[in-house]
Design a protein around this ligand. Structure first.
Ligand code: SF4
Length: 378
Protein backbone atom coordinates (compact mmCIF):
# COMPACT_ATOMS: atom_id res chain seq x y z
CA UNK A 1 0.00 0.00 0.00
CA UNK A 2 1.27 3.45 -0.90
CA UNK A 3 2.00 5.78 2.02
CA UNK A 4 -0.28 8.81 1.86
CA UNK A 5 -0.86 11.74 4.20
CA UNK A 6 -4.10 11.25 6.20
CA UNK A 7 -6.78 13.56 4.83
CA UNK A 8 -9.30 15.53 6.87
CA UNK A 9 -12.79 14.67 5.61
CA UNK A 10 -15.50 17.29 5.15
CA UNK A 11 -18.70 16.12 6.90
CA UNK A 12 -21.33 14.60 4.62
CA UNK A 13 -24.32 16.93 4.22
CA UNK A 14 -26.81 18.10 1.58
CA UNK A 15 -24.06 20.49 0.45
CA UNK A 16 -21.43 17.75 0.18
CA UNK A 17 -22.34 14.26 -0.94
CA UNK A 18 -19.09 12.66 -2.13
CA UNK A 19 -20.98 9.94 -4.06
CA UNK A 20 -22.67 12.53 -6.26
CA UNK A 21 -21.25 12.36 -9.79
CA UNK A 22 -22.00 16.05 -10.27
CA UNK A 23 -18.81 17.37 -8.71
CA UNK A 24 -16.19 15.79 -10.98
CA UNK A 25 -18.28 16.22 -14.11
CA UNK A 26 -18.96 19.90 -13.48
CA UNK A 27 -15.44 20.74 -12.26
CA UNK A 28 -13.42 18.77 -14.80
CA UNK A 29 -15.84 18.42 -17.75
CA UNK A 30 -15.33 14.65 -17.80
CA UNK A 31 -16.03 11.68 -15.57
CA UNK A 32 -13.31 9.94 -13.64
CA UNK A 33 -13.29 6.96 -11.36
CA UNK A 34 -13.99 8.32 -7.87
CA UNK A 35 -16.08 5.48 -6.49
CA UNK A 36 -15.62 1.73 -6.11
CA UNK A 37 -18.15 -0.73 -4.76
CA UNK A 38 -17.27 -4.24 -3.59
CA UNK A 39 -19.76 -7.09 -3.52
CA UNK A 40 -18.24 -8.96 -0.58
CA UNK A 41 -20.80 -11.73 -0.14
CA UNK A 42 -23.74 -13.40 -1.85
CA UNK A 43 -25.11 -14.72 1.44
CA UNK A 44 -28.17 -13.08 3.00
CA UNK A 45 -30.64 -13.94 5.74
CA UNK A 46 -33.51 -12.29 3.80
CA UNK A 47 -34.86 -12.57 0.23
CA UNK A 48 -36.50 -9.17 -0.32
CA UNK A 49 -38.87 -9.01 -3.26
CA UNK A 50 -37.15 -5.90 -4.64
CA UNK A 51 -33.60 -7.28 -4.22
CA UNK A 52 -31.30 -6.07 -7.01
CA UNK A 53 -29.09 -9.17 -6.66
CA UNK A 54 -31.70 -11.70 -5.49
CA UNK A 55 -30.95 -14.21 -8.24
CA UNK A 56 -27.25 -14.21 -7.28
CA UNK A 57 -27.84 -15.04 -3.60
CA UNK A 58 -26.50 -18.40 -2.42
CA UNK A 59 -26.73 -20.66 0.64
CA UNK A 60 -22.98 -21.33 0.85
CA UNK A 61 -19.99 -19.63 -0.66
CA UNK A 62 -16.23 -20.02 -0.86
CA UNK A 63 -13.52 -17.52 -0.02
CA UNK A 64 -13.26 -14.08 -1.56
CA UNK A 65 -10.03 -12.86 -3.15
CA UNK A 66 -7.38 -11.87 -0.58
CA UNK A 67 -8.08 -8.37 0.65
CA UNK A 68 -4.49 -7.28 -0.08
CA UNK A 69 -5.18 -7.92 -3.75
CA UNK A 70 -8.31 -5.73 -3.59
CA UNK A 71 -6.40 -2.99 -1.82
CA UNK A 72 -3.56 -3.07 -4.35
CA UNK A 73 -6.06 -2.24 -7.08
CA UNK A 74 -7.59 0.56 -5.01
CA UNK A 75 -4.12 1.95 -4.43
CA UNK A 76 -3.72 2.47 -8.18
CA UNK A 77 -6.77 4.77 -8.29
CA UNK A 78 -5.45 8.20 -7.33
CA UNK A 79 -8.88 9.82 -7.79
CA UNK A 80 -10.73 7.48 -5.42
CA UNK A 81 -13.08 9.32 -3.02
CA UNK A 82 -15.68 6.78 -1.94
CA UNK A 83 -15.84 3.08 -1.24
CA UNK A 84 -19.08 1.12 -0.89
CA UNK A 85 -19.50 -2.38 0.50
CA UNK A 86 -22.51 -4.43 -0.43
CA UNK A 87 -23.82 -7.99 -0.64
CA UNK A 88 -25.98 -9.97 0.09
CA UNK A 89 -25.76 -9.06 3.74
CA UNK A 90 -22.11 -8.08 4.28
CA UNK A 91 -22.27 -8.54 8.05
CA UNK A 92 -23.80 -12.03 8.04
CA UNK A 93 -20.58 -14.02 8.08
CA UNK A 94 -17.96 -13.00 10.70
CA UNK A 95 -15.17 -14.11 8.37
CA UNK A 96 -16.29 -11.57 5.75
CA UNK A 97 -16.34 -8.87 8.44
CA UNK A 98 -12.91 -9.74 9.79
CA UNK A 99 -11.04 -10.60 6.62
CA UNK A 100 -12.57 -8.23 4.08
CA UNK A 101 -14.70 -5.45 5.61
CA UNK A 102 -12.48 -4.36 8.47
CA UNK A 103 -9.28 -4.14 6.38
CA UNK A 104 -11.13 -2.24 3.62
CA UNK A 105 -12.59 0.24 6.10
CA UNK A 106 -9.24 0.73 7.79
CA UNK A 107 -7.54 1.30 4.46
CA UNK A 108 -10.21 3.82 3.42
CA UNK A 109 -9.96 5.65 6.70
CA UNK A 110 -6.20 6.02 6.36
CA UNK A 111 -6.65 7.38 2.84
CA UNK A 112 -9.45 9.80 3.82
CA UNK A 113 -11.92 7.93 1.60
CA UNK A 114 -15.63 8.04 2.48
CA UNK A 115 -17.23 4.66 3.11
CA UNK A 116 -20.72 3.20 2.94
CA UNK A 117 -21.92 -0.25 3.91
CA UNK A 118 -25.30 -1.63 2.87
CA UNK A 119 -26.87 -3.80 5.56
CA UNK A 120 -30.36 -4.97 6.44
CA UNK A 121 -29.41 -4.25 10.08
CA UNK A 122 -31.33 -7.28 11.40
CA UNK A 123 -28.37 -8.95 13.14
CA UNK A 124 -27.62 -8.49 16.86
CA UNK A 125 -26.18 -5.03 17.59
CA UNK A 126 -22.89 -6.51 18.79
CA UNK A 127 -22.18 -7.63 15.20
CA UNK A 128 -21.92 -3.97 14.13
CA UNK A 129 -20.44 -2.28 17.16
CA UNK A 130 -16.75 -3.00 16.95
CA UNK A 131 -16.07 -1.74 13.40
CA UNK A 132 -18.80 0.83 12.81
CA UNK A 133 -16.72 3.78 13.96
CA UNK A 134 -14.62 3.38 10.81
CA UNK A 135 -17.71 3.78 8.60
CA UNK A 136 -19.19 7.03 7.24
CA UNK A 137 -22.64 5.87 6.05
CA UNK A 138 -24.65 2.86 7.14
CA UNK A 139 -27.22 2.29 4.42
CA UNK A 140 -30.39 0.32 5.16
CA UNK A 141 -33.62 -0.43 3.29
CA UNK A 142 -36.96 0.69 4.67
CA UNK A 143 -40.07 -0.24 2.68
CA UNK A 144 -42.48 -1.28 5.41
CA UNK A 145 -45.31 0.05 7.56
CA UNK A 146 -44.98 -2.74 10.09
CA UNK A 147 -43.73 -6.26 10.77
CA UNK A 148 -46.42 -7.79 8.54
CA UNK A 149 -45.14 -5.84 5.53
CA UNK A 150 -41.59 -6.82 6.42
CA UNK A 151 -42.62 -10.49 6.63
CA UNK A 152 -44.24 -10.39 3.21
CA UNK A 153 -41.52 -8.36 1.50
CA UNK A 154 -38.48 -10.06 3.03
CA UNK A 155 -39.63 -13.68 3.14
CA UNK A 156 -42.15 -14.31 0.38
CA UNK A 157 -39.33 -15.47 -1.91
CA UNK A 158 -37.36 -17.21 0.85
CA UNK A 159 -38.12 -20.74 -0.29
CA UNK A 160 -38.34 -22.06 3.29
CA UNK A 161 -40.98 -21.65 5.98
CA UNK A 162 -40.30 -18.67 8.27
CA UNK A 163 -42.72 -17.81 11.07
CA UNK A 164 -44.28 -14.38 11.42
CA UNK A 165 -42.85 -14.09 14.93
CA UNK A 166 -39.30 -14.74 13.66
CA UNK A 167 -39.80 -11.97 11.09
CA UNK A 168 -41.21 -9.66 13.78
CA UNK A 169 -38.08 -10.19 15.87
CA UNK A 170 -35.84 -9.21 12.97
CA UNK A 171 -37.98 -6.19 12.08
CA UNK A 172 -38.01 -4.84 15.63
CA UNK A 173 -34.29 -5.48 15.97
CA UNK A 174 -33.57 -3.58 12.77
CA UNK A 175 -35.52 -0.58 14.05
CA UNK A 176 -33.94 -0.72 17.50
CA UNK A 177 -30.45 -1.06 16.00
CA UNK A 178 -31.10 1.97 13.80
CA UNK A 179 -32.24 3.98 16.84
CA UNK A 180 -29.26 2.97 18.96
CA UNK A 181 -26.63 3.48 16.28
CA UNK A 182 -28.14 6.84 15.29
CA UNK A 183 -28.12 7.93 18.91
CA UNK A 184 -24.45 6.98 19.06
CA UNK A 185 -23.65 9.26 16.13
CA UNK A 186 -23.70 6.78 13.25
CA UNK A 187 -24.97 8.28 9.97
CA UNK A 188 -27.82 5.91 9.10
CA UNK A 189 -29.31 6.46 5.66
CA UNK A 190 -32.57 4.60 5.03
CA UNK A 191 -33.62 3.91 1.46
CA UNK A 192 -37.17 3.43 0.18
CA UNK A 193 -37.86 2.16 -3.30
CA UNK A 194 -40.99 3.73 -4.71
CA UNK A 195 -43.36 1.01 -5.90
CA UNK A 196 -47.16 0.99 -6.14
CA UNK A 197 -47.15 -0.35 -2.56
CA UNK A 198 -44.56 1.94 -0.90
CA UNK A 199 -45.89 5.00 -2.75
CA UNK A 200 -49.19 4.77 -0.87
CA UNK A 201 -47.44 4.73 2.50
CA UNK A 202 -44.33 6.78 1.86
CA UNK A 203 -45.14 9.57 4.30
CA UNK A 204 -45.63 7.11 7.16
CA UNK A 205 -42.41 5.32 6.19
CA UNK A 206 -40.60 8.65 6.15
CA UNK A 207 -41.95 9.52 9.61
CA UNK A 208 -40.80 6.13 10.95
CA UNK A 209 -37.35 6.71 9.46
CA UNK A 210 -37.25 10.08 11.21
CA UNK A 211 -38.39 8.50 14.48
CA UNK A 212 -35.53 5.96 14.23
CA UNK A 213 -33.12 8.90 14.14
CA UNK A 214 -31.87 8.25 10.60
CA UNK A 215 -30.11 11.29 9.20
CA UNK A 216 -31.11 10.70 5.63
CA UNK A 217 -34.00 9.19 3.70
CA UNK A 218 -33.02 8.05 0.22
CA UNK A 219 -35.87 7.70 -2.24
CA UNK A 220 -35.31 5.76 -5.46
CA UNK A 221 -37.52 4.09 -8.05
CA UNK A 222 -38.03 0.36 -7.92
CA UNK A 223 -35.42 -1.05 -10.32
CA UNK A 224 -37.07 -3.48 -12.72
CA UNK A 225 -34.18 -5.94 -12.64
CA UNK A 226 -33.42 -9.29 -11.04
CA UNK A 227 -36.00 -10.24 -8.33
CA UNK A 228 -38.05 -7.13 -9.12
CA UNK A 229 -38.28 -7.84 -12.85
CA UNK A 230 -41.94 -8.83 -12.72
CA UNK A 231 -43.03 -6.08 -10.31
CA UNK A 232 -45.28 -3.26 -11.47
CA UNK A 233 -43.63 0.14 -11.75
CA UNK A 234 -45.28 3.43 -10.88
CA UNK A 235 -46.27 5.55 -13.83
CA UNK A 236 -44.43 8.84 -14.03
CA UNK A 237 -47.61 10.70 -13.01
CA UNK A 238 -47.92 8.49 -9.93
CA UNK A 239 -44.22 8.94 -9.15
CA UNK A 240 -44.48 12.73 -9.40
CA UNK A 241 -47.54 12.96 -7.16
CA UNK A 242 -45.88 10.65 -4.60
CA UNK A 243 -42.87 12.95 -4.40
CA UNK A 244 -45.12 15.98 -3.95
CA UNK A 245 -47.01 14.22 -1.16
CA UNK A 246 -43.75 13.30 0.55
CA UNK A 247 -42.40 16.85 0.28
CA UNK A 248 -45.60 18.20 1.86
CA UNK A 249 -45.59 15.65 4.67
CA UNK A 250 -41.91 15.32 5.45
CA UNK A 251 -39.93 15.97 8.60
CA UNK A 252 -37.79 18.97 7.59
CA UNK A 253 -34.95 17.79 9.84
CA UNK A 254 -34.37 14.67 7.79
CA UNK A 255 -32.36 15.08 4.60
CA UNK A 256 -34.21 13.52 1.68
CA UNK A 257 -32.02 12.38 -1.17
CA UNK A 258 -33.80 11.61 -4.43
CA UNK A 259 -31.59 9.20 -6.32
CA UNK A 260 -31.97 7.90 -9.88
CA UNK A 261 -34.87 10.32 -10.21
CA UNK A 262 -36.95 9.60 -13.30
CA UNK A 263 -37.56 13.29 -14.11
CA UNK A 264 -35.36 15.64 -16.10
CA UNK A 265 -35.30 19.36 -16.78
CA UNK A 266 -35.44 18.74 -20.54
CA UNK A 267 -38.95 17.31 -20.16
CA UNK A 268 -41.71 18.65 -22.40
CA UNK A 269 -44.07 18.69 -19.42
CA UNK A 270 -44.36 21.80 -17.30
CA UNK A 271 -45.17 19.71 -14.20
CA UNK A 272 -41.78 17.94 -14.52
CA UNK A 273 -39.95 21.25 -14.77
CA UNK A 274 -41.90 22.58 -11.77
CA UNK A 275 -40.96 19.49 -9.78
CA UNK A 276 -37.28 19.81 -10.72
CA UNK A 277 -37.27 23.45 -9.61
CA UNK A 278 -39.07 22.69 -6.37
CA UNK A 279 -36.66 19.86 -5.51
CA UNK A 280 -33.75 22.25 -5.94
CA UNK A 281 -35.40 24.95 -3.83
CA UNK A 282 -36.35 22.84 -0.81
CA UNK A 283 -34.09 22.91 2.24
CA UNK A 284 -32.53 19.58 3.17
CA UNK A 285 -33.54 17.94 -0.13
CA UNK A 286 -31.10 16.85 -2.82
CA UNK A 287 -31.23 15.19 -6.22
CA UNK A 288 -28.18 12.97 -6.60
CA UNK A 289 -26.59 12.46 -10.02
CA UNK A 290 -26.20 8.73 -10.13
CA UNK A 291 -22.69 7.35 -9.48
CA UNK A 292 -23.60 4.12 -11.31
CA UNK A 293 -22.69 4.53 -14.94
CA UNK A 294 -20.81 7.75 -14.19
CA UNK A 295 -18.00 7.57 -11.65
CA UNK A 296 -18.34 4.12 -10.06
CA UNK A 297 -17.32 0.54 -10.76
CA UNK A 298 -18.55 -2.52 -8.91
CA UNK A 299 -16.10 -5.34 -8.17
CA UNK A 300 -17.18 -8.88 -7.37
CA UNK A 301 -14.77 -9.83 -4.56
CA UNK A 302 -14.97 -13.53 -5.49
CA UNK A 303 -14.45 -13.53 -9.25
CA UNK A 304 -12.76 -10.15 -9.65
CA UNK A 305 -15.26 -9.27 -12.39
CA UNK A 306 -15.88 -5.55 -12.74
CA UNK A 307 -19.22 -4.18 -13.84
CA UNK A 308 -20.51 -0.68 -14.19
CA UNK A 309 -23.57 -0.97 -11.98
CA UNK A 310 -24.62 -3.41 -9.32
CA UNK A 311 -27.67 -4.33 -11.41
CA UNK A 312 -25.66 -6.19 -14.01
CA UNK A 313 -27.43 -4.95 -17.14
CA UNK A 314 -24.12 -4.33 -18.92
CA UNK A 315 -21.83 -7.42 -19.01
CA UNK A 316 -18.50 -7.30 -17.11
CA UNK A 317 -16.08 -4.79 -18.58
CA UNK A 318 -12.96 -6.46 -17.23
CA UNK A 319 -11.48 -8.33 -14.32
CA UNK A 320 -9.39 -6.81 -11.55
CA UNK A 321 -7.02 -9.76 -11.57
CA UNK A 322 -5.56 -8.64 -14.87
CA UNK A 323 -6.88 -5.11 -15.52
CA UNK A 324 -6.29 -1.83 -13.74
CA UNK A 325 -9.55 -0.25 -12.58
CA UNK A 326 -8.78 2.99 -14.38
CA UNK A 327 -8.36 1.06 -17.66
CA UNK A 328 -11.70 -0.65 -17.15
CA UNK A 329 -13.30 2.69 -16.38
CA UNK A 330 -11.99 4.18 -19.64
CA UNK A 331 -13.40 1.18 -21.46
CA UNK A 332 -16.76 2.10 -19.95
CA UNK A 333 -16.53 5.74 -21.01
CA UNK A 334 -16.08 4.53 -24.60
CA UNK A 335 -19.01 2.09 -24.37
CA UNK A 336 -22.03 3.00 -26.57
CA UNK A 337 -24.40 2.71 -23.56
CA UNK A 338 -22.31 5.28 -21.68
CA UNK A 339 -22.16 7.64 -24.63
CA UNK A 340 -25.94 7.42 -25.02
CA UNK A 341 -26.53 8.48 -21.40
CA UNK A 342 -23.74 10.96 -20.65
CA UNK A 343 -25.59 14.16 -21.41
CA UNK A 344 -24.99 17.21 -19.23
CA UNK A 345 -26.86 20.50 -18.71
CA UNK A 346 -24.93 22.63 -16.27
CA UNK A 347 -27.54 25.39 -15.95
CA UNK A 348 -30.13 22.86 -14.78
CA UNK A 349 -27.75 20.90 -12.53
CA UNK A 350 -28.44 17.71 -14.45
CA UNK A 351 -26.06 14.97 -15.58
CA UNK A 352 -28.54 12.77 -17.37
CA UNK A 353 -30.41 9.56 -16.61
CA UNK A 354 -29.62 6.33 -14.85
CA UNK A 355 -29.55 3.55 -17.44
CA UNK A 356 -32.32 1.48 -15.84
CA UNK A 357 -34.54 4.55 -15.49
CA UNK A 358 -33.92 5.46 -19.11
CA UNK A 359 -34.82 1.92 -20.23
CA UNK A 360 -37.90 1.77 -18.02
CA UNK A 361 -39.39 5.17 -18.80
CA UNK A 362 -37.64 6.90 -21.72
CA UNK A 363 -36.94 4.30 -24.40
CA UNK A 364 -37.97 6.69 -27.17
CA UNK A 365 -35.84 9.64 -25.96
CA UNK A 366 -32.43 10.43 -27.38
CA UNK A 367 -30.78 12.16 -24.43
CA UNK A 368 -27.82 13.24 -26.52
CA UNK A 369 -30.00 15.66 -28.48
CA UNK A 370 -32.05 17.09 -25.60
CA UNK A 371 -31.49 20.34 -23.72
CA UNK A 372 -32.66 21.62 -20.35
CA UNK A 373 -35.62 24.00 -20.24
CA UNK A 374 -35.13 25.07 -16.65
CA UNK A 375 -32.35 26.73 -14.73
CA UNK A 376 -31.50 26.20 -11.10
CA UNK A 377 -29.22 28.11 -8.78
CA UNK A 378 -27.10 25.89 -6.55
S1 SF4 B 1 -30.37 16.48 -21.78
FE1 SF4 B 1 -29.58 15.17 -20.18
S2 SF4 B 1 -28.47 16.56 -18.84
FE2 SF4 B 1 -29.80 17.80 -20.11
S3 SF4 B 1 -31.64 18.07 -18.91
FE3 SF4 B 1 -31.96 16.27 -20.22
S4 SF4 B 1 -31.35 14.55 -19.00
FE4 SF4 B 1 -30.53 16.35 -18.04
Amino acid sequence: MLKRQPVEKKPISPAWDPWDAWYTRSEKSFYELTSVEFTVTNLCNLRCEHCAVGEALVEKEGSPLPVDQLIRRLDEVETLQTLSITGGEPVLHPRVVNETIRPLLRYAKERGIYTQLNSNLTLPLSRYEDWIEDLDVLHISYNYRDAHDFYRIAFQKYGKEVSLSAAETLFERMKENARTLSKNGVFVSAESLLSPFTAQHIVKMHRDIAEMGCRRHEVHPLYPSDFAKGMTLLTLDEYRSTILRLLDGRDPNVWILFGTLPFFPCSDKQEDLDLWLRLHREENVTVRQDPDGRNRLNINAFTGDVIVTDFGDVPPLGNMMHDRLTEIFHRWLEHPVAKKHHCFCREAHCAGPNILVSHAYYRDWDFTTRKAKAEVRV
